[in-house]
Design a protein around this ligand. Structure first.
Ligand code: SF4
Length: 411
């Protein structure tokens, strides 16, 4: 979502005749987009802004902060940034830059109507909602982005149509909890129906979506997910912890059994679907036995990929008031243990691709190799291609596999 916000900010700044620069030292204006979960990201912003303040003594520089900024941080950051604004007020950026003070839009979600500078012509991020009602104990989103707001379906469909007509090959639908799309308004379809409508848009393109919440994953969605031919065979379903007690402390509102049951249902519909997850190690109070439940879950689910984070408190969240009693060394150890299990299951999954022919979206060409992903989101390094293939689907014979990637040859 932050990435998508950054692209929208770029669009607005382009309209104000700013040009993007790759180097901070050349910038007249720097906009930082803060993250919702990790305190370390907020700390990095503090570090950066101190340097930018020094730069201001040497040249003209305006610094701006937006994204997920908690009210307490907003106060502090306002002292060191020239402007701090809620991302929903982005349509008023021009006015805010003139006065260097925040202005408020009348209607929530107006900023989602802004066309974003899409990261490439062939891959696009399309927000379908913003905000969240879930209040996971470690996360700042409900405080920084407010409650769930679903974007009107006509806006989403017309953006997707335009993108596909202009050659886009991969649409990623974005939301803090895409599964609850439409729940905030009576006249909107649910997420399963939205997927189906996007699937009906003519053209050869893939549909991905992030992020799903296990408590909102309905049987209807699982079926639709498989029926829609353009929806990729890849599901990212955050588990966050294998222990029911830790899940409860995190306020996740599901049990491991429920999660496992969902995975079984998904695999019953589509056996070869690739599954990845997010998991936090060392959440406050997580005992060795509770961590072992996460190990057990990794062994049972056999993930294709996982994004494993060591817990760090984000001030302003509920979890930041808990005793962060798992020390750094132990968190690191737990991360290593899960990574090792993951490496085993990911290799097992990836080996099944060897000898097969896969459709791959070529994303870049570097040092004589094409790189891209399969619809199951496997990274593939491909020989026998050229930079002319970038942005196209290519058929690739898979010749080898390691836990983190595949190797193949263009056919
Ligand atoms: S579901 Fe939980 S982790 Fe995700 S955005 Fe909402 S509160 Fe944050």
């Amino acid at each position: 979502m932050n990435n998508s916000d950054a692209l929208r900010i770029e669009t607005v700044l382009n309209g104000l005749r700013y040009e993007k620069t790759g180097k901070e030292k050349d910038a007249d204006l720097i906009v930082a987009v803060a993250c919702s979960v990790r305190q370390s990201a907020i700390d990095r912003i503090y570090g950066k802004v101190r340097n930018w303040q020094k730069e201001k003594n040497k040249r003209k520089l305006v610094t701006v902060l937006t994204g997920c900024v908690l009210p307490a941080d907003k106060k502090k950051f306002s002292k060191v940034f020239d402007l701090v604004f809620n991302i929903e007020n982005l349509p008023l950026l021009s006015k805010m830059l003139n006065n260097l003070e925040e202005a408020n839009v009348k209607e929530r979600g107006e900023y989602l109507k802004l066309k974003s500078m899409h990261s490439s012509g062939f891959q696009s991020l399309v927000p379908i909602m913003t905000g969240c009602n879930n209040f996971c104990a470690y996360c700042a989103v409900p405080f920084t982005r407010g409650r769930e707001y679903s974007r009107p379906i006509e806006d989403i469909i017309s953006e997707v149509k335009e993108l596909v007509e202009n050659g886009c090959k991969e649409i990623t639908l974005l939301g803090q909890n895409v599964n609850s799309y439409g729940n905030d308004k009576k006249d909107l379809p649910n997420f399963a129906e939205l997927l189906s409508k996007i699937n009906d848009v003519p053209g050869d393109f893939w549909i991905r979506y992030i992020t799903s919440h296990p408590k909102d994953m309905s049987d209807e969605l699982i079926k639709k997910f498989v029926q829609c031919s353009k929806v990729c065979g890849y599901l990212h379903l955050p588990l966050q912890a294998g222990s029911d007690q830790v899940l409860k402390n995190m306020n996740r509102n599901y049990t491991y059994e429920h999660y496992k049951d969902l995975i079984e249902k998904v695999r019953a519909e589509k056996l070869d679907i690739a599954i990845s997850t997010d998991i936090i190690v060392g959440f406050p109070g997580e005992t060795i036995e509770q961590f072992e439940d996460s190990m057990k879950a990794f062994g049972e689910i056999k993930y294709d990929m996982a994004y494993i984070a060591q817990y760090s408190p984000r001030s302003g969240t509920k979890a930041a008031t808990f005793d962060d009693n798992v020390d750094k060394k132990e968190k690191k150890r737990r991360l290593k243990v899960l990574t090792k299990i993951l490496a085993g299951t990911a290799l097992e999954k990836n080996k099944k691709y060897v000898g097969k022919t896969e459709k791959v979206l070529a994303e870049k060409f570097e040092k004589g190799l094409l790189f891209g992903h399969t619809d199951s989101f496997k990274l593939v390094a491909i020989s026998g291609g050229s930079k002319n293939y970038v942005g196209q689907f290519v058929m690739v014979k898979i010749i080898s596999a390691n836990p983190w990637a595949l190797e193949g040859k263009c056919l």
